[in-house]
Ligand binder design. Sequence first.
Ligand code: ADP
Ligand code: ADP
Length: 228
Amino acid sequence: MIEFNHVKKKYPDGTEAIKDISFRVDKGEMVTLIGPSGCGKTTTMKMVNRLIEPTSGEIYINDQRINGFNIHELRWNIGYVLQEIALFPHMTIEENIAVVPEMKKWKQKDIQKRTSELLDMVGLEPSTFKKRMPRELSGGQQQRIGVIRALAADPDIILMDEPFSALDPISREQLQQDIQSLQKEIKKTILFVTHDIDEAMALGDRVCLMKGGEIVQFDKPQDLILQP
Ligand code: ADP
Ligand code: ADP
């Protein structure tokens, strides 16, 4: 689980990006974070893996304060899917997926097995795709690899920052469905940033609506009160 307790973030130039937020994402729950550009979504997400340090307040993962972890240990346990497709261009698909498992010193046999499992989960034939280079894949296929790479070493937490925003509408819809069926299987604790309200409602067990550095609603999709 992820918990924020009275977290604030003021940037050095004085911008109060996060005013005072407290929330909890339960174990196995997917929360979508939505709100207008500049409302603090990315700042919130990046505080979880300590790419950004809060000015005050506490952040917990599985009931432990994140400052207590060694930074590598923390980040190995948090899969991170970025907005821009960020595969290593000079590595094959299987090498891309193996990066974190190798850092964690998994056995080659286990990495191979895991890679095939993950490719199957998103409908990419392992024997065809393992040896390909990222440039030989479509945008949608590359972003699927981005998603499964984040899952490779079986992290407890997944952060996704507008992972579909660079995709065409059809790939986007397919990937949304992939994430939904993946989540049914893996039940990870996921924080998912989007600026698309339909996406937020479709994917989130709960939706966190932010505005001006504050949380204005945090509810199940069917309970949200949407203002025009
Ligand atoms: P969102 O992801 O919702 O678009 P951000 O978290 O990126 O919002 O930004 C929240 C606010 O903090 C915005 O006003 C943004 O301009 C500001 N901000 C983000 N990063 C920095 C930074 N490094 N220095 C100063 N202000 C920043
Ligand atoms: P996103 O669209 O994902 O919210 P942004 O365009 O807001 O991303 O920010 C991209 C990067 O620029 C981030 O690393 C953020 O911290 C930084 N940034 C955003 N706003 C500012 C700002 N006002 N001053 C300095 N850095 C900023």
